[in-house]
Write a protein of this length. Structure first.
Ligand SMILES: CCCCCCCCCCCCC[C@@H](O)CC(=O)SCCNC(=O)CCNC(=O)[C@H](O)C(C)(C)COP(=O)(O)OP(=O)(O)OC[C@H]1O[C@@H](n2cnc3c(N)ncnc32)[C@H](O)[C@@H]1OP(=O)(O)O
Length: 369
């Protein structure tokens, strides 16, 4: 092989992200001459990434024996390299996918031939992706086994989620067992038996707003804030401050619906702390809210409606009006406003959860491919 190419001029240009023009001066079939070709790719390509083009034997019968090798798979380096033997150009597909052929024309140009050392069939590529994924998983679990891997953040989140999981599981199991043993009677004393643990869990849930605000977890502050404030308003203001509400069955429904989602959500986060997941649990975390959320809001709305006449009667939290007007503004007006906010909150969080669900299952599907 003579060193022809490196001494001569070469040029490579792209037009409209679809055509590669290649010209070089060198010794070929027509002796010392200017040789050139252009290829129009089947689909647009990035000027910076993808198919490897290798031109050999510039000193032989160019262009007939010019050997161009194409690899129809994606490379991630920008490169155009000229060595003594060849010119390597890496061109990237603009959109990922399999092309039925490389160039627009149906008949392959005679000087074009695949490099079977690098050729990938669709099934080979899938296998390669799977192997890469497995290698990554092995690396990840090896890292997890390293001493000291559990960072402070992971430890904190795990402990937080564990405490919440235990709390809500206790609530859920306790209420279910009591329902089976005492039947309808259990609906009337939910507050007395459950409220202490519920107060604890829901107060602690304020940590979730801080986590979101300080970026400890990748979630929106607004949906978390709505969730925590919304529940605590019902728990502390409606149930906590009105003795008349304590024996109402609505307390059972609100507590049961709240805890029914949390017994899936917190263990899902616990596994997430170690980059692990259990598919059934993931599905439950991102699906159970669909019926539970509207039912929960409905139960909360019933509680607010039941509390309105009580606040009207006992004047608790009523707002004193200026002396000139006299009297006071009943807290029930605030509750009526809150009812509207509740449905706004339901809309915002329902949309958020729907987005999270789509994101989760879309990512999983793509990972699975
Ligand atoms: C201006 C004043 C406004 C006042 C408005 C008052 C309006 C009141 C409206 C009230 C309506 C509330 C009704 C409600 O109380 C009724 C019920 O709860 S009924 C029962 C059903 N409820 C539910 O299903 C909701 C449960 N709650 C939630 O899902 C969350 O609280 C919520 C914020 C709504 C959504 O969660 P999030 O955004 O965090 O979604 P993800 O779970 O997908 O998490 C996103 C990523 O963050 C990671 N993450 C989150 N938290 C943790 C954690 N504690 N530990 C570890 N990791 C965490 C998570 O793993 C995700 O990461 P990745 O994407 O990498 O997996």
């Amino acid at each position: 092989m003579k060193n022809v190419l490196q001494k001569e001029t070469q040029s490579l240009t792209f037009f409209f992200l679809c055509v590669i023009n290649c010209s070089a001066r060198g010794h070929g079939a027509k002796g010392q001459n200017e040789y050139e070709f252009s290829l129009e790719f089947l689909f647009p390509v990035k000027p910076e990434v993808c198919v490897l083009l290798k031109c050999l034997n510039f000193n032989d019968s160019f262009p007939l024996s010019l050997f161009c090798i194409f690899i129809a798979c994606i490379y991630t380096q920008v490169s155009y390299k000229s060595t003594q033997r060849q010119v390597n150009v890496v061109v990237g597909k603009e959109k990922r996918g399999w092309w039925e052929r490389l160039v627009t024309q149906e008949r392959k140009p005679v000087f074009l031939a695949p490099d079977f050392d690098r050729w990938l069939e669709e099934s080979d590529a899938e296998m390669e992706i799977r192997e890469k994924e497995e290698r990554r998983n092995r690396l990840r679990s090896a890292r997890l086994k390293e001493p000291g891997f559990i960072s402070l953040k992971t430890g904190f989140l795990f402990a937080y989620n564990l405490v919440q999981f235990l709390g809500f599981s206790w609530i859920f199991v306790n209420m279910t067992v009591r329902l089976f043993i005492f039947g309808k009677d259990s609906l009337y004393d939910t507050f007395h038996t459950i409220s202490d643990v519920m107060f604890f869990c829901q107060t602690l849930a304020a940590v979730e707003v801080l986590n979101a605000a300080f970026g400890v977890v990748r979630t929106g502050v607004v949906p978390t804030f709505i969730q925590v404030i919304g529940r605590n308003f019902i728990l502390f203001i409606i149930f906590g401050s009105l003795d008349e509400m304590h024996n109402r069955p609505v307390v059972f429904f609100v507590f049961y619906l709240w805890s029914a989602i949390e017994i899936f959500r917190y263990p899902f986060y616990m596994l997430g702390c170690f980059n692990t997941e259990w598919k059934t649990l993931t599905w439950l975390r991102y699906t159970v809210w669909i019926p539970l959320y509207p039912l929960g809001v409905l139960a909360e709305a019933v509680a607010v409606l039941q509390a309105i006449p009580i606040f009207d009667k006992n004047k608790l939290f009523s707002i004193p009006l200026p002396k000139a007007i006299g009297g006071s503004l009943s807290f029930s007006y605030v509750l009526q406003g809150y009812l509207i906010l509740m449905f706004l909150g339901l809309f915002i969080n329902f949309r958020h959860l729907h987005k999270q669900r789509k994101r989760r299952f879309r990512t999983k599907k793509r990972k699975a491919n």
